[in-house]
Design a protein around this ligand. Structure first.
Ligand code: ZN
Length: 165
């Protein structure tokens, strides 16, 4: 078993506890990222990313850490495969004129498909909410109710952001 000493906690740990070329173990990294300063830094970092990079991070989180885990499937994209690169998202951003959208959001054209360049496009968030991903087995009224809830959620979130910003 290959081990390595963490330069932060000084514990000898199995190599799987270290991300590629990192001298801190995963545990120390995750503790460090929870500190308020680090959270602020991370937030600022994300805010300064170009929009397609933000999309990329969001998709990656969904695919890898979604509610249903790596192999789970849900209508929100969790469990889908991440097969798109930041450069491809950038192409889509300009192709779909993401900069003209009020609330750009990434849509999978085929809801059962993965995140690929062919299967993704930027559309308005509200349009994205209304065209799909709403649990097709549910009744129309349940879908409508859910849609209104989601719209209210996004509106509230937007307002909160503006208040803070
Ligand atoms: Zn450590």
């Amino acid at each position: 078993m290959e081990t390595k000493e963490c330069s932060k906690c000084k514990k000898e740990k199995e190599i799987s506890n270290f991300a590629h070329l990192q001298n801190w173990c995963r545990h120390c990294f995750s503790e460090y990222s929870k500190t308020p300063e680090q959270k602020m830094k991370m937030k600022a970092y994300i805010q300064n990313l170009p929009p397609w990079r933000k999309t990329y991070s969001a998709i990656r989180v969904r695919c890898n850490y979604g509610r249903y885990g790596k192999n789970g499937r849900s209508s929100y994209g969790e469990g889908r495969k991440m097969l798109i690169t930041p450069d491809e998202l950038k192409l889509l951003w300009f192709r779909d004129k993401g900069y003209l959208l009020k609330q750009p959001s990434i849509d999978r054209i085929d809801n059962n498909g993965d995140y690929t360049k062919e299967n993704c496009r930027y559309i308005e968030l509200l349009e994205n909410i209304s065209i799909g991903h709403l649990g097709r087995k549910q009744s129309a009224s349940a879908n409508q109710k859910r849609r209104l809830t989601m719209i209210a959620y996004w509106e509230k979130r937007k307002q909160n952001r503006q208040r803070r910003g």
